[in-house]
Design a protein around this ligand. Structure first.
Ligand code: EPZ
Length: 416
């Protein structure tokens, strides 16, 4: 298994081009099966999760052409509605195809995507939402057998503002006759990006970014040439790395407005952040002091996908920080690894209390999940001495060549 070797203690200086958003490109790829015209998607990050989604699309009969970070997808000859277990278990986001395949084929057979490293990841809200649109869903032998022959627009009230369930209902509704309204919808920026993409295909969708989304079904969709939004979680990850290590880093393509919940939790005495026509510049001097209370919440609250990285930042800062993880039930797996690096963290239920001593020490650690792995990289960059991070395949799921990005701004990191 690949590892990272990091020599800590080097400040970061330079420029990072923020990659396209993993959590936008995955539902957008799923949406491509809704049209028989070719679709061009730009700023597609080179990630393991994107490859897994491409494999699922190819299995459905979709043609995928790769030209650098551009993909040309053609679902004209799509000839299957079946997502087998061996593909679904590779990628939880296969669940998005539940809605888009039903939207296109009026039927689908999708293996249960199953849980992952951070929690059980149930899909009950997805299923209820699709049933509210008239989809008949039978759960049998680990598969969902869906019949969408009598689908019609309607009112969908989500019990919880689930990102995936919101996206799934949008995907199922755009080709479904009648008007659909999704209430208690998730408000994440990736949902706005999905709406913008669907509208570029000729769909009628309004309200994404608010908790009420309206969709009017259309007969068919056309092609599009679309730029995926920048990845706000990568942006937050690089900001936390710079805030931890010190230095001056320019982040091209990031949008400050999408990470206000993080910016207000960074120590203003040690890092100054400004936005200059599309470029965010962080100047980090001195030793961060962190005595914040963090509670992960649906957008625009503090993102659960930055919780682990924030724990690493707080562990190396001075002060006591309390982090509550409200979204996923098993998202503190980075804590035992940070403790190996000298962090003082106690976890009770969903609350971690972090007593930052102002430094960490290099150690041999293991990535247990995607964002926990990114947290260990931040810890390794700031630690005294050398850190070895094992099982970095988790990191490859969401960060494009992380070692290259960080080496380009002065980090001493190599992949072996
Ligand atoms: C999306 O996952 C993201 N993934 C996650 O990013 C992100 O952490 C999450 O939204 C929250 O922001 C993608 O977009 C591909 P949810 P999703 O449905 O859609 C419960 C990363 O690191 N729930 O909003 O699965 C669920 O168990 C990944 O990039 C149900 O109970 O998130 C969780 O506790 C990790 N029933 C909570 O809701 C359901 O039917 C939030 O889940 C659906 C969800």
């Amino acid at each position: 298994m690949s590892k990272y070797i990091i020599e800590g203690g080097h400040p970061l200086f330079g420029t990072v081009d923020v990659q396209g958003a993993k959590n936008a490109v995955l539902p957008i790829f799923a949406a491509c099966v809704l049209t028989k015209s070719d679709v061009v998607i730009r700023r597609v990050p080179d990630l393991a999760d994107v490859v897994s989604m491409e494999n699922i699309l190819k299995n459905l009969g979709v043609k995928v052409k790769k030209e650098g970070n551009v993909r040309v997808l053609s679902a004209k000859d799509m000839d299957s509605d079946n997502i087998p277990n061996e593909l679904a278990k590779e990628l939880r986001s296969s669940v998005f195809l539940l809605g888009s395949v039903i939207g296109r084929m009026k039927s689908s057979q999708v293996a249960y995507p199953g849980g992952c490293d951070i929690g059980l990841r149930p899909i009950d809200i997805h299923i209820k939402g699709l049933r509210d649109l008239g989809v008949v869903i039978e759960e049998r032998a680990g598969y969902l057998f869906c019949d969408g022959s009598n689908m019609r627009g309607g009112e969908v009230v989500l019990d919880y503002p689930s990102v995936g369930a919101t996206e799934n209902v949008m995907l199922a509704a755009v080709l479904t006759e009648g008007e659909t309204v999704v209430r208690n919808a998730a408000r994440e920026p990736e949902i706005v990006d999905l709406q913008n993409f669907l509208v570029s295909l000729g769909a009628w969708v309004k309200g994404a970014g608010t908790s009420e989304i309206h969709i009017r079904g259309v007969k068919e969709l056309c092609g599009a040439d679309y730029n995926v939004m920048p990845d706000r979680i990568c942006l937050g990850t690089w900001l936390l790395a710079a805030a931890s290590c010190g230095g001056e880093v320019a982040l091209k393509g990031g949008r400050k407005a999408e990470i206000y919940s993080l910016l207000c939790k960074l120590d203003k005495s040690s890092c100054h952040i400004q936005e200059d026509n599309g470029i965010i510049i962080i100047r980090a001097t001195g030793e961060p002091v962190c005595s914040e209370r963090i509670s992960t919440r649906p957008y625009p609250g503090f993102p659960t996908d930055l919780q682990a990285q924030y724990c690493a930042y707080a562990s190396a800062a001075r002060g006591t920080c309390v982090v509550t993880e409200n979204i996923f039930e098993n998202r503190f797996r980075h804590v035992p690894e940070l403790i190996k690096m000298g962090a003082d963290i106690t976890v009770r239920d969903r609350v971690a209390v972090i007593k930052g001593a102002g430094f960490l020490s290099g150690a041999e650690v293991t990535a247990r999940d995607l964002r926990g792995g990114a947290a260990l990289v931040i810890a390794g960059l700031v630690a005294r001495g050398t850190t070895v991070i094992d099982d970095i395949r988790h990191i490859d799921r969401g960060y494009e060549a992380m070692e290259k990005t960080l080496s380009n701004i002065g980090a001493k990191i190599e992949r072996i």
